[in-house]
Design a protein around this ligand. Structure first.
Ligand SMILES: CC(C)(COP(=O)(O)OP(=O)(O)OC[C@H]1O[C@@H](n2cnc3c(N)ncnc32)[C@H](O)[C@@H]1OP(=O)(O)O)[C@@H](O)C(=O)NCCC(=O)NCCSC(=O)C[C@@](O)(CC(=O)O)C(=O)O
Ligand SMILES: [Mg+2]
Length: 311
């Protein structure tokens, strides 16, 4: 895409929360039938690594039935299909598109060509099944050095791009290192920054890695603090017990919301008297500060932070 085409892209929908994306193994019928109760912003049925080779066909059928069922028909649901160079890719894509999936998560994305190939297949399948052209969006999972280095080209490869996610376990293997959040975060720092920049260039969502130690909530929250500081929109999750702590940690604090409201009031007052810049508590308030305050208020709204309690 050219720079001017990028400018015309819709920005990510900040009115709809996209903090959590919960993996659900596509072969687990019981979890598929109950997962809607946990309150994840997005549920992602998995046909890739959480499904054994023996279960690939059954999982594809289960997930297809689930997406087409009344519970999921009205909701935005994501499915992680198998990688584009596997024998399962074509059947996975056909099944989920025919059932009306909203977001296809493509794992192991190394370059923009893979996204363009997926885009072409989606166009063909949408036409075949009478689905509105362009309705099916793409979430690219970057899991290798090549993917990280090509992140901007991947994120801007198609107007269908909805998001980009970092997948740490395959990435650290490719990098000959390990992901041990208890030690430090330095192994992932470059990759996190690379995909974040790509997401912001393309104006799409950006998802952080899964945290596999489900009983280690303290470690999980340490990692969430890192992604919040860096500016991620959300995190891929493996367990429902991680949803509530993630949402709580990503919500603006009452103090942040209170400050944001004061910034907006100060900006309105400056505007009324014809000033472009004004001071609040001794700090300059200008357009980036106002935009940040507006974002905090939007985030508070989607996070369910009560503005009255925050004031
Ligand atoms: C982690 C654990 C074993 C823990 O088991 P536990 O037994 O301790 O679970 P509990 O907490 O006791 O469960 C409490 C209640 O929730 C139910 N429940 C649990 N998990 C649920 C769930 N996910 N969905 C719905 N329901 C669920 C359960 O049935 C129970 O219900 P109930 O009995 O009624 O109370 C389990 O969660 C699990 O298997 N997770 C999914 C793992 C998965 O999908 N891996 C693939 C994605 S990563 C990957 O591929 C790497 C990657 O590619 C990533 C990238 O691309 O980003 C890369 O390279 O980095
Ligand atoms: Mg992986």
């Amino acid at each position: 895409m050219t720079v001017s085409e990028l400018d015309s892209l819709p920005t990510v929908d900040e009115e709809r929360p996209s903090r959590s994306m919960l993996f659900v193994p596509g072969s687990n019928a019981a979890w598929i039938s109950t997962v809607h109760v946990y309150g994840a912003d997005y549920v992602m049925f998995d046909l890739e690594d959480s499904v054994s080779l023996r279960e690939k066909d059954t999982a594809r059928l289960l997930v297809r039935e689930a997406i087409a069922s009344p519970i999921w028909r009205e909701r935005s649901v994501a499915v992680r299909i198998n990688a584009i160079d596997t024998p399962f890719f074509a059947a996975d894509l056909d099944a989920v598109v025919s059932a009306g999936v909203s977001i296809v998560r493509l794992p192991m994305v190394r370059d923009a060509e893979m996204i363009r190939d997926l885009d072409a297949e989606l166009t063909r399948l949408e036409e075949h099944y009478g689905i509105e052209p362009g309705r099916t969006r793409i979430l690219a999972a970057v899991e290798s050095a090549s993917g990280v280095v090509n992140a901007v080209q991947i994120a801007t490869a198609s107007p269908r791009m909805w998001g980009i996610a970092l997948a740490a376990y395959d990435y650290v293997m490719d990098m000959h290192t390990v992901h041990d959040a208890a030690v430090d975060e330095s192994q992932l720092f470059y990759a996190r920054c690379a995909i974040l920049h790509a997401a912001r260039v393309a104006k799409i969502h950006c998802y952080d890695v899964v945290f596999s130690e489900v009983n280690n909530i303290e470690g999980f929250l340490r990692e969430v603090a890192v992604l919040k500081r860096l500016g991620f929109d959300g995190k891929s999750l493996v367990n429902p017990r991680q949803i509530e702590p993630l949402h709580r940690a990503l919500a603006p604090t009452a103090g942040e919301v209170e400050h944001a409201h004061r910034v907006i009031v100060a900006a309105q007052e400056a505007d009324r008297i014809g000033l472009g810049v004004v001071s609040l508590d001794g700090k300059m308030i200008d357009s980036p500060i106002i935009a940040a305050a507006q974002r905090t208020i939007r985030l508070a709204r989607v996070s369910g932070v009560d503005p009255k309690a925050a004031r």
